[in-house]
Design a binder for this molecule. Structure first.
Ligand code: 2AM
Ligand code: CA
Length: 273
């Protein structure tokens, strides 16, 4: 399969990209890079506070980046925007921007690497355009549905499939504790890693730096953009039980190339204990 052939599991069968998507991608990359620049230098105290739990952080930079990107996209397109830090939508009908201004805020505050600006454009709940910027590494991943994925403008190839024994699995303690079957899969794999940014973890599967990514509960803004980058690289992105992902709702995510994805779903869900 070439990088330009459509390949997705979001259900439309790979139509040609709409003519205006190329222009919208340029806009999305520009404003996401502006957001990344704000994250690099917010110009004021971060004023870190917690949200749902003591490790669920938000900073002044998260809010500044979201405000900037939302204002720019609203002025340029008029499409509604769903953002982690307060922008809500009334409906998923039509075109909707989906933004995580800083994915990996704990990293942003503590390790100061492995955080991302994640921006997708959805049509009726299906991502059609994606930008994920690895801010510290200065890598800009993009995808247009049916048009392939790129990193800093260079096409990404279809990710190689591999057996579990040859795969690094990106997952966390929470998942390993909740799913003893997953712990046994990890024992039979090359090992597990956790970067702390769901968008970058998911993209790592698209680029072949990891074999699979599993997360028990992500929100639309964590994964909408990375899921499209994955599917454009031939990666299957579903719920943990193999059911197609509906990005409109929070839920589990399993991303892996098809053969490894089959093997994981079989071992996690289908095989007798
Ligand atoms: P965030 O940094 O935008 O919150 C690791 O924690 C990954 O899971 C990050 O991508 C993080 O995104 C995401 N995540 C989603 N919900 C979270 C929560 N309630 N607390 C911490 N991280 C969360
Ligand atoms: Ca965030």
């Amino acid at each position: 399969m070439s990088a330009s052939e459509p390949r997705d599991n979001f259900g439309s069968g790979g139509a040609e990209p709409a003519a205006d998507l190329a222009e919208l991608l340029d806009l999305a990359v520009t404003v996401a890079q502006e957001g990344a620049a704000i994250a690099r230098d917010p110009g004021r105290d971060l004023d870190v506070s917690t949200k749902s739990n003591r490790n669920d952080l938000v900073t002044v930079a998260d809010r500044l980046v979201e405000q900037h990107i939302a204002a720019r996209l609203e002025a340029a397109t008029g499409y509604p925007l769903l953002g982690e830090e307060g922008h809500t939508i009334d409906t998923w009908d039509g075109r909707v921007w989906v933004l995580d201004p800083i994915d990996g805020t704990l990293n942003y505050v503590e390790t100061r690497r492995d955080y991302a600006v994640s921006l997708a454009l959805c049509e009726n709940g299906t991502p059609v355009l994606a930008v994920v910027i690895d801010v510290v590494a200065d890598l800009c991943y993009t995808a247009v549905r049916g048009g392939g994925a790129r990193c800093n403008g260079r096409p990404l190839p279809v990710a190689a499939d591999r057996a579990l024994a040859e795969a690094v699995i990106i997952t966390d303690v929470k998942e390993l504790q909740a799913l003893p079957r997953l712990a046994r899969c990890v024992e039979d794999s090359r090992g597990h890693r956790r970067y702390g940014s769901a968008a970058l973890e998911c993209v790592a599967v698209a680029t072949g730096q990891a074999g699979a990514f599993l997360h028990l509960r992500l929100s639309p803004w964590d994964v909408a953009a990375a899921a499209l980058i994955c599917t454009e690289c031939g990666i299957r992105v579903t719920r943990l039980d193999g059911v197609p992902l509906d990005l409109r709702w929070p839920g589990s995510v399993l991303a892996a190339p098809p053969r490894l994805h089959d093997e994981l779903v079989h071992r996690l869900v289908v095989a007798p204990y």
